[in-house]
Design a binder for this molecule. Structure first.
Ligand SMILES: [Zn+2]
Length: 203
């Protein structure tokens, strides 16, 4: 694993400031990256120490009663039921739609979420060159299986790629097997034929 989220992204994640789908990409990377889990833990500790500096705030008179009432509600199972077995945590408890072929050797499986960010699994066959595309916002990708390259480097299982703004790239699936990635993007614009297919991707 050679590509990690920026410290700014890890701090934003630790503070709960990332959109849900982006947070899922980071969490997928964190599952396999002790170094980034350490940075995230430090960010949480720093954030927690700031809380100590806040002046005490009086609680409502019924605060204790509300907490006690919650303890009497049914408790959710401690272990989440996997909805997508075969994927690494936390994706294995996420719900995905059906696979859709979006080109020769390329298919897309959308994350079922109420969020406004487009997210899902993208799988490409070996040798597949993804269509050139640019971005209109932030895009995060975590490689789950296989590898791909673009002009910035090679990305293997566990690597996280952050791309922002008008950056353009043209990833190529390398290696002997398919490459499966989890992607969350605020905006992507395909050129050429895949612009035609984009409406299926966005559904
Ligand atoms: Zn990392």
């Amino acid at each position: 694993m050679q590509h990690h989220p920026t410290e700014a992204t890890l701090v934003a994640y630790a503070g709960g400031a990332l959109p849900e789908a982006m947070g899922l990409v980071v969490a997928t990377h964190l599952f396999g990256c002790p170094a980034c889990r350490h940075v995230k833990a430090m960010a949480e500790a720093v954030g927690g120490s700031f809380l100590n500096d806040f002046p005490p705030t009086a609680m409502d008179d019924d605060a204790l009663a509300l907490v006690l009432a919650r303890t009497e509600r049914p408790v959710a199972p401690a272990v989440p039921i996997p909805r997508s077995p075969g994927l690494p945590p936390p994706l294995d408890v996420c719900t995905f739609g059906p696979w859709r072929r979006i080109g020769l050797g390329l298919r897309w499986r959308p994350l079922v979420t109420g969020g406004s960010i487009l997210a899902g699994l993208l799988e490409g066959m070996p040798g597949k060159v993804l269509p050139a595309h640019s971005h209109t916002g932030m895009e995060m990708t975590c490689v789950i299986v296989g590898s791909f390259t673009d002009h910035d480097g090679r990305y293997r299982a566990g690597d996280l790629v952050e791309v922002e703004g008008t950056h353009q790239h043209r990833p190529t699936i390398d290696g002997d097997g398919p490459c499966l990635c989890f992607i969350a993007t605020e905006g992507v614009r395909f050129r050429g034929l895949l612009g035609f297919a984009q409406r299926w991707i966005i559904d």
